[in-house]
Design a protein around this ligand. Structure first.
Ligand SMILES: NC(=O)c1ccc[n+]([C@@H]2O[C@H](COP(=O)([O-])OP(=O)(O)OC[C@H]3O[C@@H](n4cnc5c(N)ncnc54)[C@H](O)[C@@H]3O)[C@@H](O)[C@H]2O)c1
Length: 308
């Protein structure tokens, strides 16, 4: 199992670290455009191998795609992150060009690769990869919902004063401050609906805190977060690499599912060795359906800014 991570910045390096620590891949190639940067990150990470007990080989390269040849999975984190006060959508101008070039280079050297898109605005970048590469839709996956769901569970546990392992919940919809749809009605604590423990008002607060989860961290850190994004990506990579058939909300190209077509947006999917094994159609009530449609309007508006 060979995995490439493009972008050795905050998210890319964190992702490579979590993949290595989980010890399921033989090799992780980290590629960056900045001279020597990926080599440095890879060497630093390799020097944690004896301490953290992993055998995954991490290799850093400067813009040399020949070293990525034969990758089973590639993660695209290259591009600029947002600064405090910025929306993810404002990154489109710079990131679209980067994501388009990077995905084409990856496919040239690894024609069977499964791509995981992380760069923002992620739903639109995932759509761009579909339009520009023509890869089968099971092999293009946008990561956003896995992170947003982890943030949702964190906020739920906080409100419930419960350990996070007691809590389950999912966020679907667009990966944006306004587009996320936290499914509070479906969230549970050990299979008991959280609405049995929390007032409607407290649950709305949990949903709002989840939606601005990224912006809250960007304000505190001065740049976009990386630990939870890296961990979320590594979970998707592991589900595919180990054919786990796990369910995650991911941004995928829809063709009528959830009443939507020709758009990439977060919905629950099963991940296994073929990438997206299945899109799971869950039962949404009218309010949730309306939020999903509204979210799609926002994603389409950003897609409209693309020059494909
Ligand atoms: N989808 C999500 O849930 C999620 C979460 C967090 C961050 N992000 C996004 O991920 C991206 C990366 O964030 P970060 O914090 O790691 O940024 P960063 O600035 O720390 O790292 C980005 C790296 O990409 C490299 N790069 C730029 N152009 C490149 C190219 N053409 N080829 C190879 N490498 C190139 C840069 O040199 C840099 O090292 C941003 O767009 C951010 O918004 C997405």
């Amino acid at each position: 199992m060979k995995v490439t991570v493009v972008g050795a910045g905050a998210v890319g390096a964190s992702c490579a670290e979590y993949i290595a620590i989980k010890n399921f891949a033989s090799e992780v190639v980290v590629l960056d455009i900045k001279e020597g940067f990926a080599e440095g990150k890879a060497m630093d990470l390799m020097q944690t191998a004896s301490l953290n007990g992993f055998d995954t080989k991490i290799v850093g390269v400067t813009d040399d795609y020949s070293k990525t040849a034969g990758s089973d999975i590639a993660v695209i984190t290259s591009g600029i992150p947002r600064k405090p006060g910025m929306t993810r959508e404002e990154l489109i101008g710079i990131n679209a060009g980067i994501v388009k070039t990077v995905s084409s280079n990856l496919i040239k050297h690894s024609p069977n690769v499964i791509l995981i898109v992380v760069s923002n605005p992620m739903d639109t970048m995932t759509y761009l990869v579909h339009k520009s590469t023509g890869l089968p839709k099971n092999r293009i996956i946008g990561m956003g919902g896995a992170l947003d769901s982890a943030r949702f569970k964190y906020r739920l546990a906080e409100a419930l004063e419960a350990p996070i392992s007691d809590v389950d919940g999912m966020v679907i919809g667009g990966h944006s401050d306004t587009g996320m749809v936290p499914l509070t009605r479906h969230a549970t604590r050990n299979s008991v609906k959280v609405s049995e423990f929390l007032s409607e008002e407290r649950l709305s607060q949990v949903a709002e805190d989840t939606k601005v989860g990224g912006a809250t961290l960007t304000k505190l850190l001065g740049t976009s977060a990386w630990y939870a994004p890296g961990a979320a990506v590594s979970s998707l990579v592991q589900a595919i690499a180990c054919d786990q058939k796990k369910m995650f909300p991911c941004s995928v190209l829809l063709d009528g599912e959830y009443g939507l077509k020709d758009i990439c947006i977060g919905v629950p999917v099963i991940l296994g060795k073929n990438g997206i094994e299945k899109i799971v159609d869950i039962d949404l009530d009218d309010a949730e359906k309306a939020k999903m449609q509204e979210s799609a309007v926002g994603v389409r508006a950003t897609n409209g800014l693309l020059e494909v």
